[in-house]
Design a protein around this ligand. Structure first.
Ligand SMILES: Nc1ncnc2c1ncn2[C@@H]1O[C@H](COP(=O)(O)OP(=O)(O)O)[C@@H](O)[C@H]1O
Ligand SMILES: [Mg+2]
Length: 317
């Protein structure tokens, strides 16, 4: 039996999801016979971790601070073993621009993109470069902030007219934004789980929008507007390629423990391409990673047990 601190909540825009992930992890830990203590991450985090150090911390935080390496860096400092990726992988995954550069440098497929900082727009005339970019990327272009998740701040711009407003909207989430080529195709997610033989890809999940306007992002992400199929109905050979790409991305980004890679299966080429990796994907009742694990015969408590073991293995190394 271990004393496990479940870190959840925090101040990110994904606080509510994190609290649900944390509650589910806590239930599983109790089922496993561990002594689970919930910590809502705030100004007393370091004090709580040092006053009564847990044997291990389960990080169930999503978004800013918890998933971007900040909390991981603190856990390293106070010497508490913790689950999932370390600071550098978290930083890379939470910044889509950094992640896509790393993937592209490694020769892995990711849609073409151009990224700018707010300074590039305000002081270096980046707006003048928009027509050239739009020509290279074609319409619709996808405009997104470098960080954030859950589709926050993402817009599809169907023509050049919509691009400036989409950029302004994305800048309200981050000081860095990118314009990305729109990929028409099926939307897939592959969760990766480490194990004794190294990382393994879990069954592919497909997000299937329930009709409606293809570019109407808001509608698409409303609860109930998307169905999920797990395992996705793909040719075995396609499944293998999608899983292989997700595993390559996991390794290139330096992830550990578990992560979820979001991809598109390009309808034009039949090839998968990586949109992003989530260092700490949702772990709620409806989240994709637990569903994929279940489909692979790994119950949620078994997943939690494996991830805790991996945290202790890394700390002992
Ligand atoms: N380049 C793209 N082409 C087509 N659809 C995209 C593209 N980028 C994002 N999307 C859609 O937006 C969703 C969210 O984008 P993603 O990059 O995964 O960001 P996040 O999940 O962090 O909000 C995707 O799952 C997909 O439906
Ligand atoms: Mg995503």
């Amino acid at each position: 039996m271990s004393r496990v601190a479940v870190l959840a909540g925090g101040e990110s825009l994904e606080r509510q999801v994190s609290l649900r992930s944390g509650a589910r992890v806590r239930d599983a830990l109790e089922q496993l016979g561990h002594d689970a203590v919930a910590i809502d991450v705030g100004p007393d985090l370091v004090a709580r971790l040092t006053d009564e150090p847990p044997d291990v911390a389960f990080v169930a935080l999503h978004g800013r601070d918890g998933e971007d390496g900040t909390v991981q860096e603190l856990l390293e400092l106070v010497g508490v073993p913790y689950t999932a990726s370390g600071p550098s992988a978290c930083m890379r995954c939470s910044d889509k621009v950094l992640a896509k550069h790393a993937l592209r440098d490694a020769g892995l497929a990711t849609p073409d993109f151009y990224a700018f900082s707010r300074t590039a727009f305000e002081s270096l005339g980046a707006a003048q470069a928009l027509p050239a970019i739009e020509e290279r990327l074609d319409f619709p272009v996808v405009v997104k902030p470098a960080s954030q998740g859950s589709a926050l701040g993402i817009r599809f711009a169907p023509t050049a007219q919509e691009v400036p407003a989409a950029i302004v909207a994305a800048f309200s989430y981050d000081t860095k934004v990118m314009l990305e080529r729109h990929v028409n195709g099926r939307e897939l997610a592959v969760s990766v789980l480490d194990g004794p033989e190294g990382p393994e890809a879990l069954p592919v999940v497909e997000a299937i929008p329930r009709g409606g306007d293809h570019y109407d992002f808001e509608a698409r992400y409303q609860i109930g507007r998307t169905d999920f199929a797990c395992p996705a109905r793909l040719e075995p050979e396609t499944t293998a390629r999608v899983q292989g790409l997700a595993l390559d991305a996991y390794r290139v980004l330096g992830c550990y423990g578990f992560a979820r890679v979001d991809l598109m299966l390009d309808a034009a080429t039949g090839e998968p391409t990586v949109l992003e990796a989530n260092a700490i994907p949702g772990l709620t009742e409806t989240s994709l990673l637990p569903q994929a694990a279940e489909a692979a015969g790994i119950s949620f408590p078994a997943f939690v047990a494996r991830v805790l073991d991996l945290a202790l293995i890394r700390a002992a190394a």
